[in-house]
Design a protein. Sequence first.
Length: 653
Amino acid sequence: MRHNRFTGAVAAAALTAGSMLAVGSGAAAAPTTAPQAEAASTEAPTTVVLPTGDRVTLLPNGSAGIAPALGREDASFITPPSPSGDVIVVPTDKVAAVLSGEEDPRRYNVSELLRGGHTDATDVSASELDDREYAGLIPDTSPQTASEDEETVKLRVDLRMRDGGVPEGSWVLWSDRDGEDFDFVEIDESGGGSVAVPEGDYVIVGGFWNAPTDTERGETIMGMVPVTVEGDLTHLVMDGSTSSPVSVEVEQPDAEFLNATMMLSARAGDNNLGFGTFLDPLDDAFLLPEPDLEEFELDFIYQPVLADPEGEYVYNLAFAHTGGFPSDAAYSVTDAELAVVAAEYRDLGVPNDGYTCDYGDTAAQIGMGFCRMVETPVPAQRTMYYTPGPQIEWGHLLVSGVLDEDLFISDGFTASRDAVYGAGPAALAIPNGGLSSPTADAYRSTFEGTEYFEAYLSIGGGNGETVRLVGGSADFELSRDGEVLASAEGFDPYMEYVIAELPEGDSGRYTLAFDYTASAATTVFGTAGSNTWEFDSTSVAEGEWTPIAFPTVALEADDIAGGYAPRRGCQEITLEMRNYEWGPVTHAVDMAFEVSYDDGATWKSVDIDRDGDTATAELRHPRGAEFVSIRTTVVDDAGTENTNTVIRAYGLR
């Protein structure tokens, strides 16, 4: 039985957007406007509301979720890869308007909007939008196309649906075979378009579609075709009648198709051509035949999501092909071929609403990955079916807490972890709990003569996963050699990050003190704590943006589950110093560990056995203890010292 329609029993959701908290040198905690360094990104998810009201959310597991606006549940989207690396998402019903100039393509560039601190594309003035030229939907980073005095000929591209008709929408790009020149092909209402290019070898890549109606399913066709342009006119037809279905059949008879991502690419050196689409439940998908492109590495990915109407199981499948396109993309799998995962979604002491989002990161990953956000009350249990294999790493995300009518989280937590599965039974429990210190990152920058310090801090922990608490309240103080340079009070580090203006040429030994109180409405763990870094930093030149080593220590213990560990017996603890993934790499030269059983009133030093960046310890908890609070200290080889305190890091039962 082939399943292609979703009844709406499982809803999509979205996260809240990140923002920044900027304070001047020695200023009080008053949000002001400050430039955001281009490469900086919070570890919290960030969301852009497109002009259509649809939401695109960049998620902690490295993927992105798309939540159509109310009344647009059947919307589909395209995700054209951009040479600049930007995440661009355009609803298919707006592509023609963007290409005709009626809609501004800059309002669909999610990455650029977030870099500018914008979370609602409609509210951004034109003067604040990207100042780059755009080629169709993407920033134009190509060299200038053929000059007027360069001999050119015409290339005519015609698109035809499977029945021979003209598509309603399209996105088509031409590129020379070495990638040095490319541009958009504007397709008119007759289904064709022409461009003037020098004679030579080219690749045409893209997709075209008809939207679903009340009586007809939608149809999306994608592919790439090589062409040699010569003579007075070269005519190419991208013929949908030669395309093959892309679909999935699963074993459970009541599984209903939610959506799928479908992406293809051709890579040769620095030339990376591609196209991606986020399919609507009412869309049928088709792929043109594999092109003859000997010098290119071809990749194809199809990732469908299916679920039953009662929410008892979800299929998250990934079909990836490297080195070519599939000869048959009408996939069929049995449950015995899949990882059958008994998933347990846990709260942190307080039941609440939530959702999950699972993304299969494949060896042939193309651009930004997208995952389906599935409504999930917490706690809950569900059977999850995943495509197994060492070439696919599944990123699991759980979001739980207080959600508003648009399903934005304002209070609660996010938890994510990665897993590789083999075929057969498996288990997933998220979160484990056991809070300590998430990774943190900090930077120095100078823009237009003003120097800045910025830090991305959060409340949460490790223990084999990444947990971030939402809705807490934090204060910070930045000082240098005892002089307070900036401070702030009462901000949520999940939603906001800090940019502090520094005196010109400032250098020396700095201290960043960060204190927080977690929300009692959604967690009984991590109720309070602090994180302090002492570090050396110097002024940077104009236009530079330099990361600072900001180590933290994560606690892991195999016997913590749902935030609780056994009260009796010997508990084995592992402590690991970690750096931010994209920051400087440093190593521990000293480490210490303390515990408290009275919420931090008294502390007991614990002997540790350190080996490089990792240390182990054994704990025997006193009779009657209910919670374990922890304090870790680490010094790295860059001279940075971090002390982290977590009150009620985990409970005992």
